[in-house]
Design a protein around this ligand. Structure first.
Ligand code: ADP
Ligand code: MG
Length: 315
């Protein structure tokens, strides 16, 4: 497909955009024009998916690649507690080897999830490239001062995480070792589910003191929160909600802590912990914020080594 054919296809497939009351100028002009919803602040993120690092044309279906593109960005917005309407800008850097069928599959996945999550594709760009890369910018909205940041954790706060962690780490490692990733782990790596409702709940009810999504690994993302909040943390190894199938393998920290879990990691002041009742089934308490230092301990109080575990984007 030539560039303009592809843009025409995108215009057509994403035309359900057009009537959106906040989108004054949709795909087709030099820029998009958006009216912000009154009384809200804009929350913006951009994330990149690079073939071989974040997806595999061999092991992901094209539709999964498209869906993952949108979902990793939605996960960032979830971690801020942002709500819709969500607007997206899509950049495709495409090698010659990528077939039209694959491209259409990817766009189909993006389209499906745009409908599912209420995202409007407002524009983008297309370029040829040696490496297959997909970049997406996404915006959402918060009430003034309601964005959940990484910097609000205080000593004594309880630490929680949503869902389960670890499956993506092992799938990725198997892939990088040239093995076929185990199908149960692969499914989790290819199909993250952004925790938008929980993020909004935590933000709008002013429950969480800090929040981040788990994209670089639970230990590293915890460190992001402690460093930016100027506090420490103690995590409880035996309480980490490790993906059940992986848990049976008795995993070491490096088997679960590399990232791409796309869960929410958040802290809650002791007084507010009872407010979590409505989401109790979806979260696990995994530790406590301390004054300083970061450590992971097992049930017997013994230290579990987690130094240098986590995703480093440029090493
Ligand atoms: P320009 O040359 O002004 O950058 P383009 O020819 O690249 O414009 O794009 C034409 C229109 O198509 C623009 O509105 C742009 O936002 C949209 N567009 C291009 N690529 C994409 C894409 N991958 N996804 C969504 N919209 C796109
Ligand atoms: Mg352009």
């Amino acid at each position: 497909m030539k560039e303009f054919e592809l843009i025409d296809l995108i215009k057509k497939w994403f035309a359900f955009n057009k009537g959106h009351e906040n989108l004054i100028l949709p795909i087709g002009d030099d820029c998009s024009v958006i009216i912000p919803p009154k009384g809200f602040w804009e929350v913006t993120t951009v994330d990149s998916l690079v073939e071989g690092n974040h997806f595999s044309l061999r092991y992901f279906s094209p539709s999964e690649i498209g869906q993952k593109t949108l979902r990793v960005n939605l996960s960032d917005l979830a971690s801020m507690g942002a709500r819709g309407p969500y607007f997206a800008w899509l950049v495709l850097a495409i090698p010659k080897s990528v077939t039209d069928r694959t491209l259409k599959g990817i766009l189909g996945g993006i389209r499906r999830d745009c409908k599912r999550f209420g995202v409007t594709l407002a524009g983008g760009n297309i370029t040829s490239s040696n490496e297959f890369q997909i970049h997406l910018t996404l915006t959402g909205w918060v009430k003034p001062r309601q964005a959940l940041t990484r910097s609000g954790a205080r000593a004594g706060d309880a630490v929680f995480v949503t869902g389960t962690i670890g499956a993506s780490t092992l799938a990725y490692r198997q892939f990088k070792e040239g093995k076929t990733p185990d199908s149960r782990l692969l499914k989790r790596w290819a199909n993250p589910m952004p925790k938008l409702a929980i993020g909004r709940f935590l933000a709008e009810r002013k429950i969480a003191s800090a929040c981040s999504d788990v994209s670089d690994g639970i230990f590293q993302d915890m460190r992001h929160i402690t460093e930016q909040s100027g506090v420490g943390a103690e995590l409880w190894w035996d309480d980490l909600p490790i993906f059940p199938y992986l848990k049976k393998m008795n995993p070491t920290p490096s088997m679960i802590g590399f990232g791409e879990d796309y869960e929410l990691l958040f802290t809650v002041p002791p007084k507010k912990v009872s407010l979590l009742a409505p989401i109790n089934k979806e979260i696990t308490r995994i530790g406590t914020i301390t004054k300083n230092g970061f450590k992971v301990v097992d049930k017997s109080g013994k230290k579990v080594e987690v130094d240098n575990i986590g995703y480093i984007h440029i090493a």
